[in-house]
Ligand binder design. Structure first.
Ligand SMILES: C[S@@+](CC[C@H](N)C(=O)[O-])C[C@H]1O[C@@H](n2cnc3c(N)ncnc32)[C@H](O)[C@@H]1O
Length: 287
């Protein structure tokens, strides 16, 4: 295929450290406003039903990496399954805590939230099901991040336990967008401030590090100060994910699409991967 003709120069503030990490801002800013997050993704329900089904089948307890404000974990707990959720965002965990306070005692007792980094947290227990729903793995920017995370997943999986996560496929049209151009700009009522704002997105892709920076721009209609929220997502191509899992000791991989039992194909928005640690049968040595 012919190469894209002219790639616009990356904007200066897109800084990556030597490991290719986009820095905390792009991993955390989008989660600093949990009310906005909840409103934005309120219609996303298929994945919740899917993970609840898995949790029920596993019998629990479930370890959820990137639990956020409990979009999935609360539904799992309401279905009678215990969840331990790990997240790096304090605002998201505070929002989860408030949501739990409104739940019946039985549900509240089934959720434990742990503040920490999914690459490092050690819980010293094992789970029959470990999940990372809704693009959590796209916050692993460099190979070292992925390796550290997968080592933690392995250490927390019970024998024969499954690790299930989903990720959005890279969208070629987003990767070659002009970073100087804004896309969209519908008028929305901001769920936190209630003000009318114009919402637009800008996309900037670093093709060497495979990191996409999405800038979400909010411009108040009343002339107030505009603001911008960065979100950085690592772009994983499927065969790359397969290799990373394989070399981290995972196997028995099942690839499906869009929270259905249909095999993954090129039309999928989200790929769901279910896998096991290799050699993790009942007789396997505990790590
Ligand atoms: C798209 S949200 C998904 C939240 C929840 N699983 C859901 O489905 O609504 C991604 C979550 O990953 C968390 N996260 C990002 N980097 C992380 C890290 N290094 N360790 C733990 N959590 C992280 C964010 O704070 C955010 O809550």
């Amino acid at each position: 295929l012919p190469r894209q003709t002219k790639r616009a120069k990356p904007a200066r503030e897109f800084v990556l450290d030597e490991l290719g990490r986009a820095g905390d801002a792009g991993a955390l800013a989008h989660y600093a406003d949990p009310a906005y997050y909840s409103e934005t993704y309120a219609a996303r329900r298929e994945d919740v039903a899917y993970y609840v089904r898995l949790a029920r089948l596993s019998g629990g307890p479930v370890l959820e990496y990137g639990v956020g404000n409990g979009r999935v974990a609360l539904a799992v707990a309401r279905a009678g399954v215990h969840v331990v959720g790990v997240d790096l965002s304090e605002p998201m965990l505070a929002s989860l805590k408030s949501a739990l306070a409104r739940e019946p005692d039985a549900v509240r007792r089934r959720v434990r939230a742990v503040h920490g980094d999914m690459r490092r947290v050690r819980l010293r227990r094992r789970f029959p099901l470990v999940i990372a729903p809704f693009n959590v793995v796209l916050h692993l920017y460099a190979r070292q991040d992925v390796e550290q995370f997968l080592a933690r997943v392995r250490a927390h999986l019970a024998p024969r336990g499954r690790f299930v996560f989903d990720f959005s496929l890279p969208q070629p049209e987003e990767l070659c967008r002009d970073p100087a151009r804004s896309y969209g700009a519908p008028r929305i009522r901001h769920p936190t401030t209630s003000e009318l704002v114009r919402y637009a997105e800008r996309f900037e892709y670093d093709p060497l590090r495979q990191v996409l920076l999405v800038r979400m721009d909010f411009k108040p209609e009343d002339g107030g100060t505009p603001w911008s929220v960065p979100l950085t997502h690592r772009q994983f191509f499927p065969r790359e994910v397969e290799a990373l899992l394989h070399y981290a000791g995972f196997g028995d991989m099942v690839w499906t699409r869009d929270f259905s039992e249909r095999p993954a194909d090129e039309h999928a928005d989200s790929i769901v991967v279910s896998c096991r640690a290799r050699g993790s049968g009942r007789g396997a040595r505990q790590r």
